[in-house]
Structures are given as C-alpha cells and as structure tokens.
Write a protein that binds this ligand. Sequence first.
Ligand SMILES: [Zn+2]
Ligand SMILES: [Zn+2]
Ligand SMILES: [Zn+2]
Length: 249
Amino acid sequence: MSDEHQRGAKKGEFCGIPGNPCECGNDYIKICEPGWSSHTFARLVKAKAGKFAFEKKYEAHHVMCVAPVSAEVIAKPAIEGVVKATKWCINNSDNMLAMPLWGHTVMWYCDITEDGGEIKDDSPAPPFANIPQHDWDHNCKQGYTWEIEQEAKKLADKLKEMGHKAQPKNLAGALNALSSRFKTTLATRGGRKGGTHKMFIDGASDSEWCHPFSMASDGKVTSKGFPVRSFDERVAKWIKRIAEAIKEG
Ligand SMILES: [Zn+2]
Ligand SMILES: [Zn+2]
Ligand SMILES: [Zn+2]
C-alpha cells in the first residue's frame, strides 16, 4: 500500500513516480479526493519515539500500480525508446482511485470510544460502499497487483514486437485503456454479492460474504470469518486498535 509510493521511476517523458506533486504537477492523493474524505478512523502508529495516532483518510490507489509499471514497462530496455517518448503520468486522475481500508468500514459500522466498541445494527450504507478495501487482496497470490503485472508484461511484449513502429500513442493509449478497464473491474468486484453493505449486514450465512470487500478476482479472494454476528477477531482487533488510538490522540 503506502510503501509502493517509495518506488517508481521517471524515464524521458514517462512519469512513473507518485508525487505530491510529481513533475507533471499531479498530486496523486488530492487528484482522487472523494466526496467521503472526511470519513477517517484513528490509526495508531507505534514508533520508536512512542505511540501516536492520526486520522487516517482514504487511500489513493494507482489503478495501474507503480511497482508493475516500473518493473514491466519503464525498466524494459527493449522498449526504452518508446517509453522515453511517451508523455504519460501514473498520477493522472483516470489512473487514480480513492479506496477505503477495512478500518474505515469498521469505523463506519461500529460505535467506538476509548473504552472499546460494538457493531451498530442499524447503520446505513457508507458513502464508500461497493469499493473494495485497499488492504484486502491487493498483493495476495494472484491478487490485484499480479493481474496488473500480467497486463503490463503483455503490453511490453506487444510493443517489443512492434519494434520501431511502436509509437507513444500506442503505449499511452494502451495504459489509458487498462486504467479504465481495471476501474470498471474494481467497481464490479465491489458490487459482488449485492455489494459491501448488503454483505456486511446480511452476509452471515453466505460463505462468499467477503467478495465485495476484496480487490481480487473470485477465485483468489481471501476469506475471513463473518464479522457481524459472530463478532470475529478481525473486527474486535480493529475496534481495539482504533479505541487505543482515540485514547492516544
Ligand atoms: Zn493500490
Ligand atoms: Zn499507489
Ligand atoms: Zn507525473
């Protein structure tokens, strides 16, 4: 998640570095600020100097992720010419998507104070309903990042085959098409099983309740115990974490 933003590369006109802003002037966080950015949760940080808490906002997800674009496109010597000549910025708004973390969902559905918390049964859907969670199956085996890696490899191979005929518009056009396709993919995934709200509230007897929360394809979803009625550890742990952060903050 956030560590991917330490990476990235710039080659000629091609900007693959997340920036606030990057050389193109795009701030990858601000550029995708959603209407629900005021929904935060208290996140505890355990640093050497001591514990502290901050209000965690949405996460800014690069639809075509920084690491696979760097490794499979920017770093490939065989397509260096076309990469250098292509004016494309990884932080462009069509490649950015604001996503919640599981902590945002727990915060939305639970009353949490420094003494602990419980799930509210009457919560309406959050404004970030039907967006998968950025910390669920992003980097799992054959999860979201893996899919982007495959597409980036295919694209680089295609450009290599085109040889000197490969034009900047081929690379930029293909990347834009992939951004758009994977935004749709994530929206579709967030709507699986009737969506995140339906599954958080009534998914108890559904073994696939986690599907809308996951960034991965159907077969690669990491299953977790249903949180509401059995009040599983995953929620309890997060309530504890947020409560502790409220106490610190
Ligand atoms: Zn991401
Ligand atoms: Zn990113
Ligand atoms: Zn840029």
